[in-house]
Design a protein around this ligand. Structure first.
Ligand code: HPA
Length: 296
């Protein structure tokens, strides 16, 4: 018999995931193949979907509940160009105090619902000197800095029903989806502010010191943020294809003489400025995600 060691108390069991999935399947006829995690201020990514059905996180059994204010904290099912999708409006961060098991809980629900491709969006600070505020970075690769320190969503007993013990991460972000996304952005007239680069996750909640930012630059990071990597890691573990978009909302200070100070309002303001174009990119990429699933 294939016996798993007891799960740590902060960890979700297969039965927990199953219960939530079964509940959702009873509540909706949608069977999504693409999931979208909307970054801060990007809840409107679901706007173009038709036939929508919305669930508040607090009403979904076992689902973590958002600590963020406002309209976020909803799971929205809908259809975009005949593709059934699910959108997370609001997501969970390590700095809010959630375990990584809770942060990534929705990704495994998506897997059990039949999702094959995950689109993640977030806000990050630009480290690459060529990046400007308002640039949209297609994530090429990531550095899991909390993971290096043992804050990793796959630590603990491995559940083979989701994926292998030692998953490969050398192709975490689908090359084909990245290339298509750059093409889609260019066709939308965004060519001058689309970039590609390496995203680094830090736990936050503070923004980086200058010494930390310089270290990240030496390590090869193009931008830094406080989310996304755990969800992508769990998605890749269970075989999903991933597309990541990171909006550069501020430039990270790398220089002691720089006077500007980053703040959360700035991050939200820039997100608002680019929200519509990101929505168009994501909307157009959704059908491509399924096309690439079908030909894969
Ligand atoms: N650092 C970390 N996270 C962020 C930043 C930043 O500069 N900007 C937006 N999210």
């Amino acid at each position: 018999m294939n016996r798993l060691p007891p799960a740590p108390s902060n960890c979700c069991s297969f039965e927990d995931y199953k219960l939530t999935t079964d509940w959702l399947k009873k509540q909706t006829r949608h069977r999504p193949t693409v999931a979208v995690i909307c970054g801060s201020g990007l809840g409107l990514l679901a706007d173009r979907a038709t036939d929508k059905q919305t669930f508040r996180y607090q009403d979904i059994p076992n689902f973590p509940v958002s600590t963020v204010q406002g309209h976020e904290g909803c799971l929205v099912f809908g259809t975009i160009e005949e593709t059934s999708c699910v959108f997370m409006q609001g997501h969970f961060h390590l700095y809010e105090g959630y375990s990584l098991c809770k942060v990534t809980f929705p990704v495994r629900i998506f897997k059990l619902l039949g999702v094959e491709a995950l689109v993640v969006t977030n806000a990050s600070g630009g480290i690459c000197p060529d990046f400007k505020v308002g640039d949209i970075m297609v994530i090429k690769d990531h550095i899991n800095l909390p993971g290096f320190a043992g804050q990793h969503p796959l630590c603990g007993p491995n559940d083979d029903r989701f994926g292998t013990r030692f998953p490969c991460m050398s192709d975490a972000y689908s090359k084909e989806l990245r290339r298509q996304c750059v093409d889609v952005g260019t066709a939308l007239g965004c060519g001058s502010f689309i970039r590609e680069g390496v995203y680094c996750m830090v736990s936050g909640p503070n923004f980086e010191t200058i010494a930390e930012a310089r270290m990240l630059q030496i390590l090869g990071c193009d931008s830094v943020g406080m989310s996304t990597v755990p969800e992508v890691t769990v998605a890749k573990h269970c075989g999903m294809r991933v597309l990541g978009l990171s909006l550069i909302t501020n430039k990270v200070s790398l220089d002691y003489s720089r006077e500007e100070k980053v703040n959360h309002e700035e991050v939200l303001q820039i997100s608002k400025m680019r929200a519509e174009v990101i929505r168009e990119m994501v909307t157009r990429m959704i059908s491509r995600c399924t096309q690439s699933i079908n030909t894969h």
